[in-house]
Design a protein around this ligand. Structure first.
Ligand SMILES: [Fe+2]
Length: 308
């Protein structure tokens, strides 16, 4: 089946390999509390940058946020003399709060997410009974990305791919010859993202992953999460299309869609909800902003009982 977005991304990767455009510089910040990899990617020529999937620290027991993880990103950006054009979210995360609004205050940059965030807002707006003042039109974000959209970060070309399955709104950002794949695929020894959240779909996830794995074999894949794996002591977040196709325990070449769906569905039934699901979704569906303060000026996070 012709796939114009994949063709565009493939041509773009070729332009890096031929030296026509620079290779991106990537620095990753790993948050052990939520197993999240946040990435800062920049153009070595122009020093223009994007920050992907930042983390706001959250003490659930106390209901208190802090900026230690995000401050490390600010320090790096200032030290390197980068100008931030974008705060990118691969999706509305269910396991950590986004630091994008705070980072925008510190460093600037437009906040972007996939256009299907409106579906996520509708689903979770209902689940959390968010009321009519919660807009479900994506207006909390500066830009909503479509599949196949292209833009640039300095001299780095970018192609955006819609990769639903974990959520309906997941996007992968192919920047130069690097793909930031969000919650689709993990390291080869750990497998793939879960597909059982409201709006998730294992069959779609398989198709999205096969699409990503149709990029050139040497494409560097930067992951959103790592949980180590049996026989591995260190966190890891960088792999390649070739390594995933050869070794991914869930989706290596030869695994059929039906076998994947059966595996994924069985495995998802055994997984607990992420510890920070309730606060994460309520904040991230609002573009990382807290729910509107109540009459006393305080924001409250809700817990719907016996709902999820
Ligand atoms: Fe996620």
């Amino acid at each position: 089946m012709p796939d114009a977005a994949i063709d565009a991304a493939t041509a773009q990767i070729g332009r890096v390999q031929s030296g026509e455009v620079p290779s991106p510089v990537v620095c990753t910040f790993f948050d052990e509390a939520t197993n999240t990899a946040s990435h800062v990617v920049h153009c070595p020529i122009t020093k223009r940058a994007a920050i992907l999937d930042s983390v706001l620290d959250y003490d659930a027991a106390a209901g208190r946020t802090s900026n230690g993880s995000a401050q490390a990103i600010v320090d790096y950006v200032r030290r390197e003399g980068l100008s931030v054009d974008w705060q990118l979210e691969t999706h509305a995360h269910a396991d950590h709060l986004s630091a994008a609004p705070w980072l925008q205050e510190q460093l600037g940059g437009k906040l972007g997410i996939g256009a299907n965030i409106v579906r996520v807002q509708n689903v979770f707006g209902k689940i959390f009974n968010a009321g009519t003042r919660f807009a479900r039109d994506g207006s909390q974000f500066d830009h909503l990305f479509q599949d196949g959209e292209t833009f640039s970060i300095g001299d780095l070309p970018v192609t955006v791919l819609h990769v639903p399955g974990h959520t309906p709104a997941d996007m992968a950002f192919v920047i130069g010859n690097c793909a930031f794949v969000g919650d689709t695929i993990f390291m080869p020894d750990f497998g793939t993202a879960r597909a059982d959240f409201p709006g998730g779909d294992a069959r779609q996830l398989f198709q999205s992953i096969r699409r990503l794995l149709s990029l050139p074999e040497e494409t560097r894949l930067f992951l959103c999460h790592d949980y180590k794996a049996p026989d591995r002591e260190d966190y890891a977040w960088l792999t390649t299309v070739a390594l995933e196709r050869a070794h991914n325990i869930h989706v290596h070449d030869g695994v059929s869609e039906d076998d994947f769906v059966a595996m994924r569905t069985t495995r998802d039934a055994t997984l607990a909800m992420p510890k920070l699901l309730m606060p994460s979704v309520q904040v991230n569906m609002r573009g990382g902003h807290m729910p509107e303060p109540e009459a006393d000026g305080i924001s409250y996070i809700k817990i719907p009982v016996n709902r999820l």
